[in-house]
Design a protein around this ligand. Structure first.
Ligand code: GLN
Length: 476
């Protein structure tokens, strides 16, 4: 399969038209989407129009940009002008945003073609895409298994060859975990590196947008395109877009890598095995790899599952039947509000809003929300101590390979999927999942590379090295 970089250079150098590139991906969608269900909507007509415009720009002698004609699939919690944005929830039925998210604007400005909106767990709450109001997405490597979540549609779209690039959002692992389960690359950037303007908020102090791609270099190119300061997001870091593509092949000689001891416990053996092989490959490349302890990660899940629902309960208060989407009947306003929320939200979302409201309520605030924030500070301190000795940290991305539908029906088992990914969200550091080998049933395994704040350039370099050493696999 051609990389996004190859496709863009084909288009820029007129070896293929943008319309031809798009048609190849639409054909894959026609062949397999019925089985995979990666998309909530394939925006065929607008995509063809956008691709034709790229070809016109070229014909007029102008350069459409570094992503010329590259089809991109967007998680359906990213606002797209005049195109429904549903968050895979009934409650947003009929709502069309009047504006594009900043990331969408930047992609279009770089010549990308938006091919459609992908399925997710409702409001990005989940780890399997089973909590979508529109039915689950299937893993392209084995249709009987989940693709992970919440950005399962985006991960599956790239793995199935429906688009070379997709965007997702990562609040507690929702880019990295599905990337691992679908055998593609997924990146959660440093908090504040990518603008959240136009991303429907779940837990605002964690949420970050990032890319899915077939290889590390494509992911780097996309992050260079969407990253950098945006005055429309008050948490956006005032720095220019990162520069990542240049140093990808400089290897890992002399690098100090910490393998996080706590994140090897309670993880399936087939996954741990691949992480150890990755560590060996890094050693063979000249890195020093040692076990490192980050004790606070043991409390990561508990802290995350208090803070994220707390923030969600506040963010989701805006869905009241007045401002967005659907409205249920009621005799007076409060009754209408309640009926809309009862009918519009799925069970997982309702559970989170209740949990979050409880954690924030007077009398419980200090015991739950307050304590969880202290764990967050402790986690930051533990990561800082680790980074005093190590440049980069390594762990599994997910405790298991993709599981079968219905296998994790109780919430606690589902929440445990996020064990290895939530620590980076708690501290706001960047992390990437890179495919390395396979586990049970021949399913892909992902390893996670973590770096300190704004350490993306070293993180991508290590990821690129790991990718170059990974056993070769067949495409889905
Ligand atoms: N699985 C986690 C949750 O359900 C993470 C979700 C996400 O990153 N959006 O909250």
């Amino acid at each position: 399969m051609n990389s996004a970089r190859e496709l863009a250079s084909d288009v820029r150098e007129s070896r293929q038209t943008a319309v031809q590139v798009l048609e190849d991906f639409l054909k894959n969608i026609d062949d397999k989407e019925e089985d995979v269900h990666a998309f909530n909507v394939v925006d065929r007509e607008n995509a063809i129009e956008a691709a034709a415009k790229i070809d016109e720009t070229l014909a007029a002698g102008h350069d459409p940009g570094p992503l010329a004609g590259v089809p991109v699939a967007l998680k359906d919690n990213l606002c797209t002008r005049n195109l429904a944005t549903t968050c895979s929830s009934r409650i947003l039925e009929g709502w069309k945003p009047p504006y594009d998210a900043t990331v969408v604007e930047r992609l279009r400005a770089a010549g990308a073609v938006i091919i459609g909106k992908t399925n997710l767990d409702e409001f990005a709450m989940g780890s399997s895409t089973e909590h979508s109001a529109f039915g689950p997405t299937h893993n392209p490597h084995d249709l009987a298994r989940v693709p992970g979540g919440s950005s399962g549609g985006s991960a599956a779209a790239v793995a199935a060859g429906f688009a070379p690039i997709a965007l997702g959002s990562d609040t507690g692992g929702s880019i990295r975990q599905p990337a691992a389960l679908c055998g593609v690359v997924g990146v959660k950037p440093t908090y504040g590196l990518v603008s959240r303007y136009g991303l429907v908020a779940f837990a605002s102090s964690f949420d970050q947008i990032g890319p899915f791609a077939n290889d590390v270099a494509d992911a780097a190119l996309v992050l260079e395109t969407i990253g950098g300061h945006d005055p429309l997001d008050s948490t956006s870091i005032p720095s220019p877009p990162p520069s990542l593509s240049g140093g990808l092949s400089s290897g890992v000689e002399g690098l100090r890598v910490g393998l996080v001891a706590e994140l090897l416990e309670g993880i399936d053996e087939d996954v741990v095995e691949q992480v150890h092989q990755t560590a060996d490959a890094l050693r063979a490349g000249g890195a020093v790899v040692d076990l490192v302890s980050i004790p606070a990660v043991e409390y990561g899940l508990t802290a995350y599952y208090l803070i994220a629902p707390a923030e969600a309960s506040s963010n989701l208060a805006r869905y009241d039947g007045v401002r967005y989407g659907m409205r249920a009947e009621g005799n007076e306003v409060a009754e209408m509000n309640a009926a809309t929320r009862r009918q519009g939200f799925g069970d997982e979302v309702i559970a989170r809003v209740m949990l979050g409201t409880f954690a924030l309520s007077a009398g419980y605030y200090d015991a739950f929300y307050g304590k969880a924030q202290k764990v967050r500070t402790l986690t930051r301190q533990d990561f800082d101590s680790a980074y005093a000795k190590y440049d980069i940290l390594l762990s599994p991305t997910s405790p298991s390979v993709a599981f079968r539908f219905g296998e994790r029906s109780d919430p606690m088992t589902m929440y445990r999927c996020d064990t290895c990914t939530v620590p980076s969200n708690l501290v706001g550091d960047p992390a990437i999942s890179v495919p390395y080998g396979t586990g049970e049933g021949g399913m892909p395994v992902g390893v996670q590379v973590m770096a300190p704040q704004l350490g993306e350039s070293q993180m991508f370099r290590v990821a690129s090295f790991i990718e170059s050493q990974a056993p070769k696999r067949d495409a889905a």
